[in-house]
Each structure stands twice: as structure tokens, then as C-alpha cells.
Design a protein around this ligand. Sequence first.
Ligand code: ATP
Length: 359
Amino acid sequence: MTREYKIAILNGDGIGPEVVDSAKRVLTAAAEDNSLAITFLDFPIGWQAYRKFGRTLPPDTLAGMSECDGWILGPLEAGSYPKDDKDYPMASGKIRKGFDLFANIRPVKSFLKGSKKIDFVIVRENTEDFYPDRNLFKGYGEFWPDEDTVLSLRVVTRRACKRISETAFSLARSRASKRLVTAVHKSNVLIEGDGLFLEEVRKASKAFPDIILNDGLVDSVGMQLVLSPEKFDVLVTTNLFGDILSDVAAAEVGGLGLAPSLNSGEKYAMAQAVHGSAPDIAGKGIANPVAEILSTSMLLEWLHSRNGDESLKRCASTIDNAVTKILASGEKELLTTDLGGNASTGQFTSEIVREIAAP
Ligand code: ATP
């Protein structure tokens, strides 16, 4: 056994408790298989926290999280939170900004039988841009100058552009696949903000002469992502563009149930599936837990990159291999309903756990 890792569990809303429970079960099995000691610590967030404490992100949750090595967060139904929530409008934004989780890494990979070979990663800036909950020190970045007009403030800083660019180039180097970074922007319209973004991407590229840099307008890249997704490797972009493009890209590989993500900074990282709380299927036991499970595996990789503990990396590979095998099987009784199968969330999870435990 190596040292023990404390993982914060933040169930979230809607299908959150279901998919987070799956991620926990799979991580427990993989940790056992790789002699990795994990302790889970539960902290209230979202509606669960609001009902008990009158706020969706209680200070004790934040304090508990800061004592953990990594966090697994379920989706939050932020749009439904009441206005008297002290953490209104968005607990996850507050976490991302407050803990400086500046990079949102969103891999897009085809796992399903017979699918086109797609394997790229969207590296999305996570702390500013058109997100009004994130771009001011105090207050909210949308204003009503009169009753028929709204101004939405966009913030782009040199520092954020620099570090997200460096993250993207480092990732392209570590993937050692196409060694290609595509910077996605709209600098013909957002001349100053995206001009600054592009300037910093180009500057950062100088330290990575082994990586090719391309760039493209977000509308044109959006179309290419649909027409020829296999030609991309790493895409780097600002917050809102990254959010939109990753949902579009997820649709090409089987939908949101297969889209994982990691929010990471220098000190902390949080596994969080790309999808939302999916209220339409919450509590029915049919949610696809793959996105949350693969996000958890990304968290293990991140922890490994920080401390070099090889059992973390092995544990991540164990999870990835098991998920890859079950998804590639194409067998209806193994896949969840969103993928055309008939397995419940629990049955799918048990199958992954069985695969991990198999000799
Ligand atoms: P948000 O604004 O929080 O992103 P949303 O309603 O726009 O929420 P999702 O909650 O992600 O988006 O749901 C979009 C659709 O995808 C819904 O029909 C939902 O049921 C489906 N969906 C999302 N996640 C999953 C999942 N893990 N498994 C199966 N279906 C899912």
C-alpha cells in the first residue's frame, strides 16, 4: 500500500447521486485491484445543502474539500436554485473560480463498436470570459441599464490566456499523437479579447517547437468538428466556446453520457462529467455513468502527475480499460439506454466492477 488518498464526494442534483455512486464503486474496485488506499468523504452541495443550510455551497463543504486530495462532483441543477441561496447563482462556478481551477479538460473519444475513430481534447479556460458569475471581484457581470437592455461583461486576461495555452501545449506533447494544437477564437469580431487570447497562444507556442499550432474561427471549427473530427488533437479556447463545442463534439461519440471532464489548477482538481443534472431521467436508474467514471479516472491521472505515485496511474488505466472493453462489446444487455442498450445504471456499473475484478 502507498499513502492514503482522501477523495471528496459531492453528489450534486438530479442524476448526480446515481452517477457519482457508480464512480465510487468503480474507483473502489480499481483501487483494491491496484493496492491503492482511498477514503471517501461526503460533503453536501446543491439542493441537498440548500434544504439543510439554506445555501448550495456551505463553508464547511469548502473547508472539507480543501483538506482532500481530489474531488468528485456530480452535476448541479444551478438554474433551479432559489434567489435567496447565498451562493446564487452557481456553486460550481464559485468552486472553479475560488480554487483557481483554471483548466477544464474535456476529452472526446469514440468507444462504441463501429464508430469513426475520434480522439481529441478540448482545453477550455474555466475562470473568466462571458461567464458573469466569474468575471468580477464583487457583484455580477450582467447589468440592466434600462428595462429593455442587458449588458454582459466579457473578461479576458493575459494571465488566463497564457496558462491555458501552456496547459494545451503540454497536453499535446504528453499525448504524443498528432502533436497539434488548434486555437479556437472569433478574433475577427471580438478583436480585442480574442486578439489577446491569440497573441498569448502564439507566444506560448514558442516554448513548444515540436507542436504544430493552427487556429480557426469558432464557427468554422464547429463545422469541421462535425465533418472531420478525426483531424483534431488538442483544441484550446475560451470558456463559452469550449462549453458549446464540447457538447457538440460529445454528440459525435455517443452523447453526453460518454463525455468526461476534469477541472484542474495548480493545487486542486475536480472530476465533473460534462453533462447536467438531467432532471428528465433523474431517479429512474437509467443514467449513463461513463462520463463520471472517466472523469474520476482523469482525476487519478492528475494526482499521478502531481506526485508520481504509479499506483494512481495503474488505477486510472484499470478503469479506462474496463470501460473501453464493455463499451466496445456493443452488447445491448451491457449498455445503458442512451446507447441503445437495456442495462440500468447499477447493472452497467456492476459489469465494469466485474471486469476490473476478473483475473
Ligand atoms: P444543464 O443546463 O445543467 O447542462 P441540460 O438539461 O441542458 O442541463 P443535461 O442535464 O446534460 O442538460 O441533459 C441533456 C439531455 O441529455 C437530457 O435529455 C438528458 O436526459 C440527457 N443526459 C444527460 N446526461 C446523461 C447521462 N449521464 N445519461 C443519459 N442521458 C443523459
